[in-house]
Design a protein around this ligand. Structure first.
Ligand code: SF4
Ligand code: SF4
Ligand code: SF4
Length: 308
């Protein structure tokens, strides 16, 4: 019998749904074993009944529920609870669902400030009152999925990787557990570290020093070249079976999209330690809280004090 899968998306860009399509050929092997019973990105499903008269959202029962996106409006919360009720196993797909992701950067502002900026004080459209009809009210901040309902498995990344989704689905089909990598991006980065002090932080678009065509293990660690790299405080896994982290392979520092090293780790503390160890002055980094929690702001970022 096929495994019944329900998928929902909350506050997202839909990149994680594209990751499911990016699985490519292996998806053809898995698909006959799955039955998608709910997935707004590919199928129309009237959550509130055909005529919209149902009081709360309803999804069909499923063996596996997959949710991408953080929780930003009350309707997301209700749907998360409905998914939890109807799905035996619940997976958080991508860093928005796991840690709030980029949308949780908005947690640095109050709801009032955000609505002022977007509706009443818009510089690109005619200002208008905050819509209040036929839209769900904002929650007080962006929440990660596990802050609202129990989550059985987190698949981090912005977006997560097709390999990770395949591994999770295959493990579920075979009835075995999977665990996330516990190493950091640095642990899987082949660049050379000399652990020498760096005086100044470079701007992100300054040229990286490398010789085209030469392997990465001949290139100096990007942080030691003066670029801010979140590799020391970020969970590995983005490189898939090949291991080399995705951005590092593209000569870009890690931005931290796989989230903290563990649920209890604090990326800000980990990064401060890493930066101090190579002599970089932390004061050179503007917006430190946001920079180090760029993908994990749910529960970590708070409204900034008002500037006088
Ligand atoms: S984790 Fe990234 S790719 Fe996935 S939905 Fe969020 S913003 Fe998009
Ligand atoms: S700081 Fe960045 S470039 Fe340096 S080893 Fe770690 S991941 Fe690689
Ligand atoms: S290197 Fe860092 S930012 Fe890039 S994909 Fe991997 S975890 Fe994400």
């Amino acid at each position: 019998m096929a495994v019944r899968v329900a998928e929902e998306w909350f506050t997202i860009c839909a990149g994680c749904e594209v990751t499911i399509l990016d699985i490519g050929e292996p998806l053809l092997d898995i698909l006959p074993k799955l039955e998608f019973v709910h997935m707004p990105v590919i199928m129309d499903h009237k959550l509130f009944g055909q005529t919209g008269d149902q009081p709360g959202p309803e999804i069909p029962e499923a063996d596996v529920g997959i949710i991408s996106g953080g929780i930003r409006v009350e309707e997301n919360k209700e749907l998360a609870e409905e998914m939890r009720k109807k799905c035996n196993t619940l997976i958080a797909l991508g860093s928005c669902a796991c840690y709030g992701g980029l949308p949780a950067l908005a947690n640095q502002f109050t709801v009032e400030e955000l609505q002022d900026k977007v509706f009443r004080g818009s510089v690109s459209t005619d200002s208008a009152d905050t819509p209040s009809q036929a839209v769900s009210p904002f929650t007080d901040r962006v929440y990660a999925l596990h802050e609202v309902v129990n989550v059985d498995l987190k698949l981090p990344g912005c977006p997560t990787t097709p390999e990770m989704v395949v591994e999770a689905l295959t493990a579920l089909l075979e009835g075995r557990d999977i665990s996330l990598p516990s190493k950091s991006v640095c642990d899987e980065c082949p660049t050379i570290r000399k652990e020498k002090a760096v005086a100044d932080l470079k701007r992100p678009l300054e040229p990286m020093e490398f010789e085209p065509g030469k392997p990465l293990d001949t290139v100096r660690c990007y942080m030691e070249q003066g670029f801010l790299c979140n590799g020391p405080a970020t969970r590995s896994g983005c490189g898939g079976s090949e291991k080399t982290p995705r951005c590092i392979k593209a000569y870009m520092p890690c931005r931290g999209c796989f989230g903290p090293l563990s649920d209890t780790a604090n990326p800000m503390v980990d990064m401060m330690g890493a930066l101090s160890s190579i002599g970089l002055d932390l004061k050179q980094i503007p917006d430190r809280a946001a920079t180090f929690n760029r993908f994990s702001g749910a529960g970590r970022l708070r409204p900034l004090p008002k500037r006088s």
